[in-house]
Design a protein around this ligand. Structure first.
Ligand code: PEP
Length: 250
């Protein structure tokens, strides 16, 4: 059975008080449910506080990014071992906002994935095409480039700690969710590639304007193992309903 995961990417939102409240509401709503691994990814300054709120619950903490080295003269960067030190078990890497706004390349992302895995983190590696790439029929070649680049340096023995998130750029924060058919087609292709790498059972999450209403149909697709949730992860009722929708059916 593949692991089911719902991760909340809070992006550059919340403040100290709101982060605590939001984490508290997630902890309370998740209770002792472990059939879906719930992850919250607050901004760096609130990781420690949120870790305190999550203590003793099955909800895991994640970082939204990290650097490729563990220490040194890299002003403004945060290392994988620092994330582990404050209680993170997960880190999001290759998010499209970092690729497209901050200019991160596949090569850089690949080095960060390697460092994060070596530090003991589970990596949520985001892949996904722009609208122009979709319209040009390049979806699968984008996946191949981003998977090859993102996993280029990953230690084979640590690949089982990777989670893939399919996040079409045109669907992130736009309200234009991909259809369950588009998502299944993409996840099927990604799973074929993962099978060729010897890791067919890695969880593949969908992300892009998922809300409580759309989640059940998206999560019912056979190769979808949960979601990476942006906007809706800031609303506890929405987020918890999305977690419910990810529970194994039957
Ligand atoms: C995301 O940022 O990973 C994301 C999927 O955002 P949203 O749910 O807001 O589209």
């Amino acid at each position: 059975m593949r692991q089911r995961i719902v991760a909340g990417n809070w992006k550059m939102n919340t403040n100290r008080a709101v982060a605590r409240q939001l984490a508290g509401a997630v902890v309370q709503g998740v209770g002792s449910e472990t059939r879906v691994q719930v992850v919250v990814c607050p901004p760096f300054p609130y990781l420690t506080e949120v870790a305190e709120v999550l203590a003793g619950s099955p909800v895991a903490l994640g970082g939204q990014n990290c650097y490729e080295r563990n220490e040194g003269a890299f002003t403004g960067e945060v290392s994988p071992t620092m994330l582990v030190d404050v209680g993170c078990r997960y880190v999001i890497l290759g998010h499209s906002e970092r690729r497209h706004i901050l200019g991160e390349t596949d090569a850089f992302i690949g080095r960060k994935v390697d460092a994060a895995l070596k530090a003991g983190l589970r990596v949520i590696l985001c892949v996904g095409e722009t609208l122009e790439e979709r319209q040009a029929g390049q979806v699968n070649s984008v996946f191949d480039r981003q998977l090859q680049g993102g996993l280029a340096h990953a230690d084979k023995g640590l690949l089982s700690n990777v989670v893939i998130a399919y996040e079409p750029v045109w669907a992130i924060g736009t309200g234009h969710t991909a259809t369950p058919e588009q998502v299944q087609e993409a996840h099927r292709f990604l799973r074929t590639r993962l099978s060729e790498m010897g890791v067919p059972d890695l969880p593949i999450l969908y992300g892009g304007s998922v809300d409580a209403a759309k989640a059940p149909k998206l999560f019912a697709a056979p190769d979808v193992d949960g979601g990476l949730i942006g906007g809706a992860s800031l609303k506890p009722d929405q987020f918890l309903a999305i977690v419910q929708a990810a529970l194994p059916q039957g």
